[in-house]
Design a protein around this ligand. Structure first.
Ligand code: HPA
Length: 280
């Protein structure tokens, strides 16, 4: 007998069904906590932590600094689903695998996602430890997660990306960040495949084409989240200045350390921001 090959709509539905059995909470907002930023999920109220490996069809990560749990809980009155870590294209996963969690969020009935990541700072005003709310992106990963046949139960063949990052959510994030006294900016994120960091020449190129920060994640998730009609906010933590800006090499340890250093501030920002996102 031929094996039955399930489509992503069905597979994501099975994952969502499994998750719904682990808790009575029905998340409204999905969070993806990037490198070194997973701690926020440990503070959720009424939380249930589900290892990715237990969720049907869910991809599991090998990257250091990524715990690999989906934590369901509350921020104030708002039920959320928080991913502690994500899988990356550079790990060898297909774009379809990388973005499968967004399909699961969609099938859970989540209305919007807040994606976070560690990024290299390109813009002149940026410093290590500051935050950049993404206004737009440039996809240089050489792949798009929507390539292949389109499943119209998720969304249209040619989704619009002219305002991928919700304007009102961006404004709220900037406002909350400033209120908390944080160094926070708006900017454009260039997504590269990695895993090698960029060369100084590549960073000069990225600056020329209008990028403020560079990283190896997020954009594919944004495309899929928008494809299935979820609202998107994304925030980069500038964990290091991009290659060639300072006269020093980039180490992954530094990326994780910066994430940990601003963890308290970042957690406080998410805590005050999420209840506002939920009502707008
Ligand atoms: N480049 C690409 N990805 C990154 C960087 C960087 O400098 N820092 C954190 N993620």
């Amino acid at each position: 007998m031929d094996p039955i090959i399930l489509d992503d709509y069905t597979r994501a539905g099975e994952a969502a069904e499994y998750i719904a059995k682990q808790t009575a909470l029905r998340p409204q907002i999905g969070l993806v906590l990037g490198s070194g930023l997973g701690a926020f999920a440990d503070e959720l109220q009424e939380r249930v932590s589900i290892p990715y490996a237990n969720i049907p069809h869910f991809p599991t990560s090998s990257a250091e600094g990524h715990a690999g749990n989906l934590v369901i809980g509350r921020v104030g009155n708002v039920p959320v689903a928080a991913m502690q870590g994500r899988v990356h294209y550079y790990e060898g996963h297909s774009m379809q695998r990388v973005t499968f969690p967004m399909r699961v969020f969609c099938r859970m009935g989540i209305k919007g996602v807040l994606l976070t990541n560690a990024a290299g700072g390109i813009g002149a005003q940026l410093r290590q430890g500051c935050l950049v709310v993404l206004r737009d992106h440039i996809n240089l990963q050489g792949a798009n997660p929507l390539v292949g046949s389109n499943d119209s139960r998720f969304g249209p063949r040619f989704p619009d990306m002219s305002e991928a990052y919700a304007k009102d959510w961006r404004a709220l994030a900037i406002q909350e960040g400033k209120r908390a006294g944080m160094d926070i900016f708006e900017g454009v994120y260039a997504a590269v495949p990695g895993p090698s960091y960029e060369t100084p020449a590549e960073i000069r190129f990225l600056r020329t084409i209008g990028a403020d920060v560079v990283g190896m994640s997020t954009v594919a998730e944004v495309i899929v989240a928008r494809h299935c009609g979820m609202k998107v906010l994304a925030i980069s933590v500038v964990t290091n200045m991009a290659a060639g800006i300072l006269d020093q090499p980039i180490h992954h340890a530094e990326v994780l350390q910066t994430g940990q250093r601003i963890r308290g501030q970042f957690t406080a920002l998410l805590g005050s921001l999420i209840p506002q996102l939920a009502i707008s």
